[in-house]
Design a protein around this ligand. Structure first.
Ligand code: WAQ
Ligand code: MG
Length: 265
């Protein structure tokens, strides 16, 4: 079996060094050797053409991953919720989080945190908030960085199949596919109750709530157009050690398409 390569990209500005700067964009791929150059090029292009501006700093990391070490997960089913305003979107998000088992107060706190900007300076984080699903307490050690999900991607055939299936719904977009892969990995992780996400890209106002119990539920609007704020909150229960939780989120995995017979999107 051929080896795979993990490719990670992170772009920042306002400080051309490892630790500093404002987070502009990031990306994670897990590809076979034949796809490696294209994956690097795509991520570099994403870094250099982001609507938030040109980065001073781009970190691109390529790392070999043994095929035998890569696990597999079946993509969560997708559904969609209409929201005609940010308020409607937030209400839907809270309702879905509660349905997935998050305490109402914690769900409200998660939404409020992404609205205000989850980093200590009121900006965006590089990774996700980890929040206690019962108390709403933040558990991540570095609230500027948060926890990062890494070393995941669609299995090559699975992505093509999934795209064909969701194309009639207009969902065959890179952004949706990437978010679904990440959400599938997070939802499958022991300790995760649910995830809340919306983009930090000013031009993209949609987001989702995802959980093993409810699938990936897209919400049409979770912020006002033009806002550079967004982020992710992983609501957890029974996670004693956040470092262990993050370590499992970085275990390599390829996402498979749900079988058509199950009749789910
Ligand atoms: N691990 C943890 N957190 C991450 C990661 C990662 N690999 N990548 C991004 N984040 C966090 C980080 O705080 C970003 O600021 C935030 O998520 C948003 O990232 O169905 O585009 O790449 O229509 O802007 C979801 C809706 C789009 C897709 C999400 O996120 C749909 C999106 P972005
Ligand atoms: Mg973004």
């Amino acid at each position: 079996m051929d080896d795979y390569y993990s490719v990670r990209m992170r772009a920042a500005d306002g400080g051309a060094h490892e630790a500093g700067g404002r987070h502009i964009s990031g990306g994670e791929r897990l590809v076979c050797k034949e796809e490696l150059e294209a994956a690097v090029q795509t991520l570099l292009r994403r870094a250099m053409t982001h609507e938030l501006g040109q980065p001073d700093f781009v970190n691109l990391t390529v790392e070999k991953v043994a095929r035998a070490d890569i696990g597999q997960l079946e993509a969560l089913p997708i559904s969609q919720r209409v929201a005609h305003s940010v308020a409607e979107g937030h209400a839907a998000a809270v309702e879905l989080l509660v349905q997935a088992g998050v305490a109402l107060s914690a769900a409200q706190k998660g939404v409020a945190l992404l609205v205000q900007g989850p980093a200590p300076d009121g900006g965006v984080m590089r990774g996700a908030v980890v929040m206690d699903a019962d108390t709403g307490a933040r558990l991540e050690r570095d609230p500027g960085r948060g926890v990062r999900v890494a070393q995941h991607d669609w299995a090559p055939d699975a992505l093509a199949r999934w795209k064909r299936r969701v194309e009639p719904l207009g969902l065959d977009q890179v952004r949706v596919a990437e978010a679904l892969a990440l959400a599938t990995k997070v939802a499958a992780q022991a300790g995760t109750v649910a995830e809340l996400c919306w983009s930090d890209d000013p031009g993209y106002v949609g987001g989702y709530v995802a959980a093993a119990t409810i699938g990936y539920v897209r919400i049409a609007q979770l912020k006002e157009p033009g806002s550079p704020l967004g982020g992710r909150v992983f609501f957890v229960r029974g996670v004693r050690n956040v470092q262990d939780y993050e370590a499992v989120l970085a275990v390599p995995v390829l996402i498979e398409d749900a079988t058509a017979e199950r009749g789910v999107w």
